[in-house]
Each structure stands twice: as C-alpha cells, then as structure tokens.
Design a binder for this molecule. Structure first.
Ligand code: ADP
Ligand code: MG
Length: 453
C-alpha cells in the first residue's frame, strides 16, 4: 500500500471512532491525503461542500491525527478539490458495478445471495409489497403488472427485488434480470456510443421478469427516459413481468416524463413504510442469528428502540457491537451497547426546532427573516424559502398546510410544488444533495440533545 494511503487509513480509523459511521461515511469516505511534511498536510476532497465542512468542523481532529506523526501539534491543514471532482465519488448506488464491459450480457450483476425472501421479515409496513411480489413471481400472468414499490432508504426495497431474483433463479428456469436503473443507464449510453443499440434492445426483449431498482435515478434524464420507455413498452407488450423500486412515488420523482410516470402507475403501486418497533425487533433477531456472537435479547430491544430510522443502520449497529466484543474482548451487554452505539444515535436524537432550520438557511443565503417570510418571488429569496420548506418537511414532518400557514399563508399546492422542486434537484444534482446534507448536519449539530439520553 502506498505510504500516504497507509497514513491516511490510520488517521481515518481514529476519526471514524470519534465521529461515528454515519458522519464518517458522509464526510470522509472520498477524501485522500495527498502529501504532508512537518508543517503542512494536503488533503484532497471531492468538492467544495466537503471542504468547507471539514475545515469548519474537523480541522482540529485532523491536525491532531496527522500532527502526531510529525510531532507538530500546530500543523497546517490544506484542502484541495480533487481533479475528477465529485464524479462517481458520491454515487448513491450501493452495489458495486463489477461488470467490466457494459456489453457483457451474461454477467448482469453480483447479486447479494443473502438477500432472500425467506429472510425478509414481513410486518405491517411491508406486507403489501411483499405479497404483491410473491404474486408477480408465482404467476406468469399476474392480475397487475408492473408492480411499483417505493419507500425511503433502507426499508427493504432492494432486499425484496434481489430476494425475488434469487427465488426465480432457484425455482424456475426463467430469465430474471435484476438491475439498478443506473446500471441500465450506463449500458444504454455505452451501447449508444458503440453503435450497439440493436443488441442492447434485443437483450431486454428476452427478459421474462425485469426487476429494476432505484428508478428515481432516471429523474431529470430526458433522453434516457425515452429509451427506458421503449424497453418498458416492449416488455409490457410481450406480457413480461416488471417490478420497479424507487425512493419516491412516481409523481414525486423529479422531472419524469408524463408518459413514463403513467406507465409506472399502470399496475400496482405500494409503499414500504419504516418498520415499527415490533418489526424492527424481529428483523434484528433474524440478523443477529447470522453473527457468530450472541446478542442478548435486552440488547436487541435496546437497538430496536434507539434505531428507528432505517434498517441498514440497525444492521451496522450489530456489526459494530460484535466488532467491539471481539477486539476489546468484551461481553455484549447493555453497557457495551450504550458505550459503543452512543455516537450512532446522538446525531439522530437531537431535538430540532424550526428556529435552527431557519437560522441555518438564513445565514447560508444571507437574507433576513422578513424576506424569508415575505411573498417576494425573486430567486435569491424564493430559492432559500423553498429549501427551508423542504427542510421543515423532512426534519419536522409538518403538513403542507402547516408549512403554508407559516410562510405568509401560501397555498398547500404551492408548498407541495416547492418541496417537489427541491427534491428533484437533490435527485439530479449530486453537489446540491451534498449541500443539503451539509445544511442538515449543521442544523443537527446546532440543536440540543434530547434530555432523555
Ligand atoms: P432499500 O433498498 O429500501 O434502501 P435495502 O433493501 O437495501 O433497503 O435494506 C437495507 C438493509 O435492511 C438490508 O440489509 C436488508 O436486508 C435489511 N432489511 C430491510 N427490511 C428488512 C426486512 N423486512 N427483513 C429483513 N431485513 C430487512
Ligand atoms: Mg435499495
């Protein structure tokens, strides 16, 4: 391993322990140590938002970490933006694209063999999505087609799709294809550039069941949507079965062509909600059984109670616990859970108030509170206002009506439109997404901790 990489890995390990995995992944994952000497360290970051954030919040931690190595606790830390910018670095796909050539049509994707339908815990939040999936995979001519599953991050959409794929592979000899929309898009663009469109189209004609994940990725990509519609129509005419997954309802996917949205909605639409406590506990038990350490029931209950946002976090909580148990030779008990997982949920356990949200937006855009609440339509005011509405919806979950009343009696539909617009931009613009994440981080950081913990 290259020297700087080694040093950086070392520093990062320390930081990861300090800031917790959530923030670590958000801010440090795509950084690199370019060089250092005894008075200055150069760190490469993917974009300006990361730079500002690290400068403001982590300069000291970094100075300490690298400074130790050169015996200088007054080290200068410089940031520069890496040449390839943010491209690919902040990708939201969680499946590595290991297929080397886009036209390699045998090897679709390295699917996760553990994501089986047998291991999927069915609860009130996902029952409909689950049963609808069973119907589609059992019945060659299901009573609805396509099936469109939507829900926020980590609620099990990919699990269902890949689980369906695994089952189709095991039980029947049919051509099931699972693919994230991003990969489909890459193949499409590749084929277009290489003049292999005919082969590309042909390939999808032969699919019996098409499981396509994260279709919100198509947001804002008009040309790609056109071709996607093409594939969809061809499959649908041949009565091939299709399941879509997305992080938003078709109507809420930004800049989606009207006819594509209506195709998405032409079969069954079902939402997976966040699991309730009882379901989370069941999921935890099933995940815990796969570890080679024992998790006492009270620890599982503790995790189920604290981690109510997203199942993926629940899983990393178990992984973190088991790692500590092994390396620190500790017993897994409530005390360890409290110590080790504190970092995890503190960020989630802040009491966020409208005031912190407004202050963050106002100070970033440098406008006054009166302007924010005015009905001025110039972009320099209306844009921050829209962002503010989006944040209130996301962080406080106010109704559209409540938000409207708060902002100079705006209409319900105006608020809905504003929030949709912000969401669209988040979906289509990685820089913007990072910016919003930064704001949210800042708001959480400035908010007080919940007194209960
Ligand atoms: P999404 O695609 O909705 O973002 P994933 O399918 O990737 O979410 O799920 C995140 C993690 O949570 C996966 O490891 C998955 O196995 C697990 N998970 C989510 N819901 C369930 C469930 N109902 N039963 C078992 N595991 C679940
Ligand atoms: Mg997914």
């Amino acid at each position: 391993m290259e020297f700087y990489t080694k040093v950086w890995d070392n520093v990062l390990q320390d930081i990861r322990g300090k800031v917790g995995p959530l923030r670590f992944n958000l801010w440090f994952k795509n950084t690199r140590l370019e060089s250092f000497d005894d008075n200055c360290a150069n760190i490469l970051v993917p974009n300006v938002f990361t730079q500002v954030w690290l400068q403001e919040n982590f300069s000291n931690v970094l100075r300490e970490g690298i400074g130790k190595l050169v015996n200088n606790n007054d080290l200068n830390i410089k940031f520069s933006i890496s040449k390839n910018g943010e491209d690919g670095n902040v990708s939201t796909t969680n499946i590595p694209l290991t297929v080397k050539k886009a036209d390699d049509n045998k090897n679709y994707l390295p699917l996760n063999r553990n994501l089986k339908l047998e291991n999927f815990v069915v609860g009130p939040n996902n029952r409909l999505a689950y049963t609808a999936t069973l119907e589609i995979i059992k019945d060659k001519y299901p009573s609805f087609n396509p099936l469109f599953i939507h829900g926020s991050v980590g609620v099990g959409k990919t699990h269902i799709l890949q689980g369906a794929w695994n089952r189709m592979k095991e039980e029947q000899n049919i051509n099931a294809v699972y693919m994230p929309a991003e990969k489909w898009t890459n193949e499409f663009i590749y084929s277009l550039q290489k003049g292999k469109m005919e082969a590309f189209r042909q390939k999808f004609r032969n699919v019996d069941i098409f499981l396509i994940d994260d279709v919100h990725f198509l947001s804002n990509k008009q040309g790609v949507q056109e071709e996607f519609l093409h594939t969809f129509n061809a499959l649908h005419e041949l009565s091939k079965r299709i399941i879509f997954a997305s992080d938003a309802h078709p109507k809420m996917i930004g800049q989606l062509k009207e006819n594509l949205a209506s195709r998405f909605m032409s079969g069954m639409i079902t939402k997976i909600d966040k699991p309730d406590y009882a379901t989370r506990l069941l999921i935890l038990r099933s995940k815990a059984a796969k570890f080679d350490v024992h998790f006492p029931e009270e620890v599982l209950e503790f995790v189920a109670e604290k981690f109510d946002e997203n199942v993926r976090e629940v899983e990393s909580a178990l992984t973190t616990l088991s790692a500590h148990a092994k390396f620190d030779e500790r017993k897994i008990d409530l005390q360890l859970a409290n110590e080790v997982l504190g970092e995890f949920f503190h960020a989630e356990r802040k009491i966020i108030k409208i005031n912190e949200i407004e202050t963050a937006v106002l100070s970033y855009f440098n406008i006054s509170r009166n302007e924010l609440h005015s009905s001025k339509k110039i972009k320099s005011i209306s844009f921050p206002r829209q962002i503010c509405m989006y944040l209130i919806k996301t962080l406080l979950d106010w109704s559209y009506q409540q938000i409207g009343n708060y902002f100079a009696s705006k209409k319900h539909s105006t608020v809905m439109f504003a929030i949709k617009k912000v969401k669209e931009q988040i979906d289509s613009d990685k820089q913007f997404k990072l910016f919003i994440d930064t704001l949210i981080e800042k708001i959480k950081k400035d908010s007080p901790l919940h007194p209960d913990i």
